[in-house]
Design a protein around this ligand. Structure first.
Ligand code: UGA
Length: 447
């Protein structure tokens, strides 16, 4: 046992997904016995073999240890798992519908299953919603469904909490084991529900906010909205700097010297991933439903959608017609440290290159297998960055993996143009190349 004095039996529904698996593994690592329930048989098999079906730093090692120690069990059997547990986490996905609003189908299915199992359970147990859901969902959709399926009463026979996750892909294990930087938010149906969940966080040094279910749901959206708004602000400033031949990186340093100003100010081709875009769209939709015009949220999305075009305009101004030109695309994942391609900026950029008749040689140290689901055989996947660069008239940096920051790497580039979509290279170390990342344009190329 590593940290908790009191340990529990816990079921995690949606346990083989990104949030579910990280939650399951870390709860087991802290000494609890965890039943990781999912429908994906191949993932269940892998987890029970002690290996991780997703790429996330440190997760593989933890899963290997806790499976060996007999504290993590992956299974399809929600009923027996819940009957043995005193806390049940719901970690189902909440993707966007076509109109941007939240799609609750997976949550509803998971809730029904939990409710059915609660019907057969005599002991009190707390149901914890971890999935990101718009304010009001736990109170007005999840609790009534749990009560209907279980024929029991929330607050009497079972407890309910909303406990948003604040995991960042690439550092999710650290975020979960040491939530000190982000705090813990416990939305509680009643005091007893909150007390039951708190047992799992006993010993944590993080600040804990206990609040209503709706407020906890809103904290999650407000945080993601705040951070993505900062990124779009940074992009707008950088776009202005670019037109005025001002170095945005110096402006950024100047901004960061003011301790009141945020830290999500890296400008470039915009934000992607499984959270920011879908969460902002869901909040826009919920706000409109409530009669609010969310001007800042809509502008955040608009700026973000436009950033790949900003880059492509620079590419076209420098190279003219792109037909039959070869591009090395460095990085495919939505950010470094993950194989996740969801809403990655590599998608609109590569699609635009292909639409204009260019050839793409792409390299990513982790995401190539995922990328094949998006691009199939329409692009070439190289096994090293050098291989992509050797063939290329120009290079576009899409994901700022550490390995791409070595200036010597670009000696392999056949052509002269580097378009740094993340402002990750130091132009002074690459003076023999034209690098475009917002510091003016070579003679004659500026419109
Ligand atoms: C984000 C939040 O940072 C987490 O706090 C939150 O828990 C998580 O969403 C979630 O809702 O589950 P994540 O999507 O893993 O985490 O990644 P971030 O590091 O926030 O990056 C998101 C996107 O923004 C990436 O495409 C990244 O390249 C971009 N970004 C980030 C910028 O363009 N500029 C920046 O300054 C920072």
């Amino acid at each position: 046992m590593r940290c908790c004095e009191i340990t529990m039996n816990v079921t995690v529904i949606g346990g083989a997904g990104y949030v579910g698996l990280t939650t399951s593994a870390c709860l087991a690592y802290k000494g609890n016995t965890v039943y990781c329930v999912d429908i994906d048989q191949s993932r269940i098999k892998r987890i029970n073999e002690g290996s991780s079906p997703i790429h996330e730093g440190g997760l593989e090692e933890i899963i290997e240890a806790v499976v060996k120690e007999g504290r993590l069990f992956a299974t399809q059997d929600a009923g027996n798992s819940i009957s043995a547990s005193s806390a049940v986490f719901i970690c189902a996905g909440t993707p966007s519908k076509k109109d941007g609003s939240i799609d609750l189908r997976q949550i509803i299915i998971a809730t029904r299953n939990v409710g059915r199992s609660l019907a057969k359970k005599d002991e009190y147990c707390v149901v914890v919603v971890k999935s990101t859901v718009v304010p009001g969902t736990t109170r007005s959709r999840i609790i009534p469904l749990l009560e209907k399926m279980s024929k029991k009463k929330a607050g009497v026979d079972f407890g309910v909490c909303m406990n948003p996750e604040f995991l960042r892909e690439g550092s999710a294990v650290k975020d979960l084991l040491f939530p000190r930087d982000q705090g813990i938010v416990i939305g509680q149906f009643d005091e007893k529900s909150g007390d039951s969940l708190l047992e799992l966080y006993r010993g944590s040094e993080a600040e804990i906010l206990r609040t209503t279910l709706d407020s906890a749901e809103m904290v999650k959206y407000a945080r993601n909205a705040y951070l993505s708004k900062d990124i779009s602000f940074a992009n707008e400033m950088a776009n202005i700097c670019q037109q005025l031949d001002v170095d945005y990186l110096d402006v950024k340093k100047g901004l960061e010297m003011d301790s009141r100003i945020g830290r999500f100010l890296n400008a470039g081709i915009g934000f992607g991933g499984s959270c920011f875009p879908k969460d902002i769209r869901a909040l826009v939709s919920k706000a409109k439903e409530a009669g609010i015009e969310p001007a800042i949220l809509e502008a955040t999305l608009r700026v973000n959608e436009n950033q790949p075009s900003v880059l492509m305009n620079i590419v076209k101004r420098a190279l003219g017609n792109l037909k039959e030109k070869n591009f090395a695309v460095l990085g495919l994942a939505f950010k470094p440290g993950t194989s996740d391609m969801r809403e990655s900026r590599s998608i609109p950029i590569i699609e635009r290159l292909l639409a204009q008749g260019a050839h793409v040689y792409a390299f990513d140290p982790e995401a190539a297998a995922e990328a094949k689901k998006f691009f199939g055989r329409r692009i070439n996947y190289t096994s090293t960055a050098e291989e992509a660069l050797r063939k290329a008239d120009a290079c576009i940096i899409v994901t700022e993996w550490q390995m791409f920051s070595d200036p010597k790497l670009y000696d392999y580039l056949k052509g002269r143009f580097i378009f740094d979509g993340r402002r990750s290279l130091d132009p002074r170390k690459l003076s023999h190349r034209f690098i475009y990342h917002g510091i003016g344009f070579p003679e004659g190329t500026k419109s």
